[in-house]
Ligand binder design. Structure first.
Ligand SMILES: Cc1cc2nc3c(=O)[nH]c(=O)nc-3n(C[C@H](O)[C@H](O)[C@H](O)COP(=O)(O)OP(=O)(O)OC[C@H]3O[C@@H](n4cnc5c(N)ncnc54)[C@H](O)[C@@H]3O)c2cc1C
Length: 440
């Protein structure tokens, strides 16, 4: 006979993007009692340190800007980049709800705008939505937390890591929560794993992502893959464990990231010998990481000018770089060449525009960039409804997973990650699971 310390209808493991959205959607049913157990919000979740860029196809914000888009076009772009046709049902499910959730977030009082100035590789039309003022994901998570606090039927329990699942008669029946040094057994009709991936676990990264070498880690320390072994013990499957959300735009010695829009505003990349080794516009920031990993010293000099700076400096990434002193200002070509320790003529040749691109003009800006790992993209196999599936494709009763705990949208390789995939998967699965639970 199992004994319980407390009982709820829905137990959500993790209070980040997926967990908050799940709770908010489920809580629309006033008869449900929802508890969100959060390991520790002191450091914050990955969503809170993210840029907060929300990818959605077919929103009213795009329509107002004259951008023709749809959930299907969005899904097709993601699948073209990932090549992961097997995952199409999940990709299409989250793309279908993406415009609904972006508009809903705006309707709850959050200032949303379409990032028409945020071009990204692989995106057929501007599709990233952002906050007016460009303050990033911290602002968004604070907003969602405030919404959660406004619900009488949701408890956000902080400093309360979930330690394991409780299984009764082959059904997930609750969770064991560690609180103030004691373990509490909480009964729940449904458990939602929203604890993100495992990029913060050196052992799991070594096991699954050794091919990434020794990247800078740009995510939060709480992403330690806690939920994976619990689900695996119940027969769940994982896929695409070798894929991550990488960034080739991490500034050496600073850990800040330069804006991914710089590449589309003329910025060039040179290796330590002054060689231009890539068509900068052809790579997303995740696939650029692999290109940088292969360069001498696993780094490159990114050079841009005042026009590119003006087009990107309002982003939270560039503001953080400027505040950290991560960008050098060089008034003339000889100054730039001296900073790169290269002959002036070589630098002039190297930064000459590719066909159809504009030339850079002095004064210049310079940052040395390297590759980093932000989050993992592999995870649990789920249905489009967020149910965790066993090896036969059968849902494990009572268990759901979303966000970075579930398999993401990048496909088998980090190169398949399209900008905005992370929060799309997290909020999209949270929306779908929460709505399903609200229906009873
Ligand atoms: C620097 C950076 C920038 C990014 N920028 C973007 C962007 O602009 N757009 C985009 O789409 N994606 C972006 N991403 C990716 C995006 O942030 C993640 O994909 C997304 O946050 C995943 O959502 P999640 O809910 O799964 O995890 P999170 O938002 O990380 O939330 C997971 C929560 O679970 C908690 N937790 C972990 N283990 C336990 C446990 N045992 N018990 C209880 N709680 C637990 C954690 O403390 C955390 O609060 C970025 C990521 C990083 C690191």
């Amino acid at each position: 006979m199992t004994t319980w310390d407390s009982e709820v209808d829905v137990a959500v493991v993790g209070g980040g993007a997926c967990g908050l959205m799940t709770a908010l959607r489920a809580a629309r049913n006033a008869d449900l009692v929802v508890a969100v157990f959060e390991k520790s919000s002191r450091e914050g979740c990955n969503a809170a340190i993210s840029s907060g860029s929300l990818a959605a196809g077919g929103t009213r914000f795009q329509a107002a800007a004259g951008i023709v888009d749809s959930p299907q076009a969005h899904a097709d772009d993601i699948l073209r980049a990932s090549g992961d046709e097997e995952w199409r049902p999940v990709v299409e499910a989250v793309c279908a709800v993406a415009p609904l959730l972006v508009e809903w977030i705006a309707d709850t009082g959050y200032p949303v705008e379409i990032g028409a100035d945020m071009p990204r590789a692989g995106m057929s039309v501007p599709r990233l939505h952002t906050d007016v003022g460009r303050l990033g994901g911290g602002r968004l998570i604070r907003h969602l937390r405030a919404l959660v606090d406004g619900h009488d039927n949701v408890a956000f329990v902080d400093e309360a890591p979930v330690a394991e699942l409780v299984v009764v008669d082959d059904r997930v029946a609750g969770v064991v929560v560690s609180q103030n040094g004691s373990l509490q057994r909480v009964r729940a009709r449904a458990v939602v794993l929203a604890a993100d991936g495992f990029a913060g676990s050196p052992a799991l990264v070594k096991e699954h992502l050794a091919h990434l070498g020794n990247p800078f880690y740009g995510g939060v320390s709480t992403s330690t893959g806690d939920a994976l072994p619990w689900a695996l013990a119940l027969g769940a499957q994982v896929r695409n464990m070798g894929a991550g959300l990488r960034s080739g735009l991490v500034v050496v010695d600073h850990g800040t990231r330069v804006s991914p829009a710089l590449q589309f505003n003329g910025a060039v990349l040179l290796d330590t010998t002054g060689r231009r080794f890539v068509d900068e516009e052809s790579k997303g920031y995740s696939s650029l990481a692999g290109v940088l990993q292969a360069q001498p010293g696993e780094r490159a000099a990114m050079v841009w000018d005042a026009t590119a700076m003006a087009a990107t400096r309002t982003s939270e990434m560039m503001r953080e770089c400027l505040a950290a002193g991560a960008i050098r200002d060089l008034a003339t070509l000889p100054e730039l060449a001296a900073a790169l320790a290269l002959p002036v003529a070589d630098v002039e040749r190297a930064i000459a525009p590719l066909p159809g691109r504009r030339p850079l003009e002095a004064p210049y800006h310079l940052a040395w960039v390297t590759h980093g790992l932000l989050t993992t993209q592999g995870g649990l196999v789920v249905s489009p409804a967020g149910e965790v599936l066993d090896a036969t494709g059968t849902p494990i009763p009572g268990l759901f997973a979303g966000g970075g705990t579930a398999c993401g949208l990048a496909g088998p390789s980090s190169d398949g990650y399209l900008s905005g995939n992370g929060l799309l998967a997290a909020f999209g699965t949270g929306w779908i699971i929460g709505d399903r639970l609200a229906e009873g």
